[in-house]
Every structure is written in structure tokens, then in C-alpha cells.
Design a protein around this ligand. Structure first.
Ligand code: PMP
Length: 405
């Protein structure tokens, strides 16, 4: 049974307590798109603007010191959350999309040349396809794809055949946003490294559902978005191994990243500053730090166990509904319950759920290749977080039963 009290935890999230949709209390099952924010995160951002707001030039004056301390404390929280060796390995960006573009356009642009190969998986979000495809087209690289089976699991035997000395990068997701598949990340990374390739892990859908340790994974880069882990929008993270980051030319140029500039020569700071040109999203980095405090207090292992139990509960009850096809049936899944309902468009299902105050996403979830691989263009996608309860799942299932009757 549940190992913690999701009903009590829900009370920390004002939107889940107070908001009504169509006269019904809100059931938020769109967590793969974005997550709701606990009061502690909302309060922390307000506190920053009320008491600490400044640009981050520590030495300038008192508030600059406060803002710098708050920002660097948040960086340290991210370091601990990911199990990174050094806070110098944590770069703040806008989100997972910007994070992947940063790696593609800095490291990729510097180190990859015509004939090199990049491997992605069939499960990827467009954010982990488009930057690589654009780079491949621009530089004459080859993009290869790890196929999946009918349950949505990576085919590791096929992956092994794709790897060669030409492989320079493997970029793949730890959890699929469209199917919920948890990939065998450690194995995928070890196989890539054995072939001499670097590895980028898209953690956008994993960090909110399971403990992550980038050193245990041995990822070269690991990226995620703050807003999917109960933090604010507009802030995200690139983790990269320190040596690799310092051997990479910056992506954008400007203030904050510079050791010395003349019109003849530029010297960059080491990481992280070399990748943080211009004034960053200081307040939301601080807000992300508060979100990390929140989930760390609950415990990622505890969250993972509770969500696993809730996902099994939801899967069992959804499978009883005649005409409901679950899309993505891997044994190892997190959060996501993509489906189609026979006789109803996904749009009709989404509207019927919204009528009852239940928020789910319908569409292609920015992951068209994997939905097409599963034989569909779109799906209805409820996705769970630790603040969801059995009652939330029951309301979803009851509404679906009422729809088909
Ligand atoms: N990768 C995955 C697996 C995602 O689910 C998402 C967000 N849907 C992204 C990348 C991109 O994240 P963002 O839009 O926050 O940059």
C-alpha cells in the first residue's frame, strides 16, 4: 500500500487545494507537461524579490551579495540533487530544450565533423531530436535511431549493432514523455562509452519520479527542466563533466562569462560561468532550489515507491475499460498512462475529462516518431506525480466508464 500520505502532501500545493474547473475540484494529471508548485517554492520566489533582488556581482553591495549567495546556494542544491562531483558542473539555462541546444551548438559544433555519427532513440522528445538533426544536416553527420519493441522498450541488441568507432554521441531519454518507458540508462551509457562515444541523458521526465545520480550513471551530460520538478518555468540545468565543459568553447557570448576582453583577444571563465553569458534567471534558480529542498525532504526513493504503486493501481483499473488501448506497456514505466479509447477521438476524451475538472494532455506530446512507431498519431496522456491520490485515479477511471456507457 501507499507508503506516504498523498492527501496531506496535496495540501502543500495551493492550486490543487483551491482551484475549481467546471465547478469540480481540480485533478491535475498533466504532470509530464508541467508540475504544480508547492507553497514553499512560491514563497521563496516572493522572498527573493522582496528581500534579495539584485544582479549577481557579489562584491558590489549587500543585496548583490545576498542574490549571489541565493543563486550559488541553488546551484549547490542542484549539485547534491544530481549527485554531481562539483557545483562547477551545474549550468543554469532556460530548460531542457535550451540545455540540449547548448550541448549541440557548443560541443557538437566544436568536436563533430562530416562522417561522424550520432545515435538517438526512437523514444525521444522533439527537443532531443531536432537539435541533433539540424547539426547533422549542417555538418554532414549521420543520425541513427535505436529502435523499440511493441511495448516501447529500447532494443539493446539493435543498439549494439549501431555503435561503431564513428559513433561520437549517444543522446537518449531516461523516461519517455509519451509512453513512460524507463530506459536502462546505465547500460546504454556503458555501451556507448565502450564504443568511445559521449552520452547525453535527457532527464526531463526522470528527475521528478526517481533518484538520479549522474556519477553512478557516468553520464557526460544530463539535462532537465525546473518546471517539471515542482519548480518555476524558465529555469533548467545542464550537468556536464567538469573537464569536458572546460574543454568546450562557450555557446553564447556576453557579460559574466569573461575573464578578460580586449578587441584582440578574449579569455573565458571556467565552467559554469563560461556557459552563463548575460544576466540569468536568478529568482527562478532560487525557486528551483526550494523545489529541490521540497522533494528531497519527501525523499526521491519514497516518491518513486509511492508513484510505482499508484501507477500499478491506475494501470489495473484502466485495463478493465472496454476499448481502452494503453500505448506503452513496458514493465518498467514511470508516471505516464498514454491511451486511445475506441469510438472516441482523443479530443472528445480530453474534453469529457476537462468537464469533470480532470486535466490531461491530448496530442502528439512533441514525440511524433514514437507515437507513429506505436501506430498512432496522438494519444490521451494522463501522467502522475506524488501529490496524486487513488481518488484522482478513480475520478479519471469513473469518467471514462461514464463516457463509454
Ligand atoms: N525532453 C523530454 C523527455 C520532455 O518531456 C520535455 C518536455 N515535454 C523536454 C525534453 C523539453 O523540456 P522543456 O520544454 O521544458 O524545455
Amino acid at each position: 500500500g501507499p507508503v506516504f500520505d498523498a492527501y496531506a502532501i496535496k495540501k502543500d500545493f495551493p492550486i490543487l487545494v483551491h482551484e475549481k474547473v467546471n465547478g469540480k475540484s481540480l485533478v491535475w494529471l498533466d504532470n509530464a507537461a508541467t508540475t504544480q508548485k508547492p507553497q514553499s517554492v512560491i514563497d521563496r520566489i516572493a522572498y527573493f524579490y522582496a528581500h534579495e533582488n539584485s544582479n549577481i556581482h557579489r562584491a558590489a553591495h549587500e543585496l548583490a551579495a545576498r542574490a549571489t549567495d541565493a543563486y550559488e546556494t541553488a546551484r549547490e542544491k542542484v549539485r547534491a540533487f544530481l549527485g554531481a562531483k562539483s557545483a562547477n558542473e551545474i549550468i543554469f539555462v532556460r530548460g531542457a530544450t535550451e540545455a540540449i541546444n547548448l550541448v549541440a551548438q557548443s560541443w557538437g559544433n566544436q568536436y563533430l565533423k562530416a562522417g561522424d555519427e550520432i545515435i538517438v532513440s526512437n523514444l525521444e522528445h522533439h527537443a532531443n531530436i531536432v537539435p541533433w538533426k539540424r547539426l547533422a544536416d549542417a555538418k554532414g553527420l549521420t543520425l541513427k535511431v535505436i529502435p523499440v519493441d511493441d511495448d516501447g522498450q529500447l532494443l539493446l541488441d539493435e543498439y549494439a549493432k549501431l555503435l561503431s568507432p564513428k559513433t561520437k554521441l549517444v543522446a537518449f531519454t531516461q523516461v519517455s514523455n509519451a509512453l513512460g518507458t524507463v530506459t536502462p540508462a546505465q547500460q546504454v551509457i556503458a555501451m556507448a562509452h565502450a564504443a568511445g562515444a559521449k552520452v547525453l541523458v535527457d532527464g526531463a521526465q526522470s528527475v521528478s519520479h526517481m533518484p538520479v545520480n549522474v556519477q553512478a550513471l557516468d553520464a557526460d551530460w544530463f539535462v532537465f527542466s525546473g518546471h517539471k520538478v515542482f519548480g518555476p518555468t524558465g529555469i533548467g540545468v545542464v550537468y556536464g563533466k567538469e573537464g569536458l565543459l572546460n574543454a568546450t568553447e562557450p555557446w553564447q557570448g556576453g557579460g559574466n562569462m569573461i575573464k578578460d576582453v580586449t578587441f584582440e583577444e578574449i579569455q573565458y571563465h571556467p565552467s559554469p560561468n563560461r556557459f552563463e553569458a548575460g544576466t540569468g534567471n536568478i529568482a527562478d534558480a532560487v525557486g528551483l532550489g526550494a523545489a529541490i529542498d521540497y522533494v528531497t525532504k519527501l525523499g526521491m526513493e519514497t516518491i518513486s515507491q509511492y508513484e510505482h504503486w499508484l501507477l500499478e493501481y491506475a494501470t489495473y483499473h484502466m485495463k478493465q475499460i472496454p476499448g481502452l488501448r494503453l500505448i506503452g506497456t513496458a514493465p518498467d514505466k514511470a508516471s505516464v498512462l498514454s491511451f486511445n479509447l475506441k469510438g472516441f477521438s482523443n479530443d472528445q476524451v480530453g474534453k469529457a475529462l476537462n468537464q469533470e475538472g480532470i486535466a490531461v494532455r491530448t496530442g502528439h506530446h512533441c514525440a511524433q516518431p514514437i507515437l507513429r512507431r506505436m501506430g498512432v498519431e496522438t494519444s490521451v496522456r494522463p501522467s502522475l506525480a506524488f501529490y496524486n491520490t487513488c481518488e484522482d485515479v478513480d475520478r479519471l477511471v469513473t469518467t471514462l466508464w461514464r463516457l463509454i456507457k
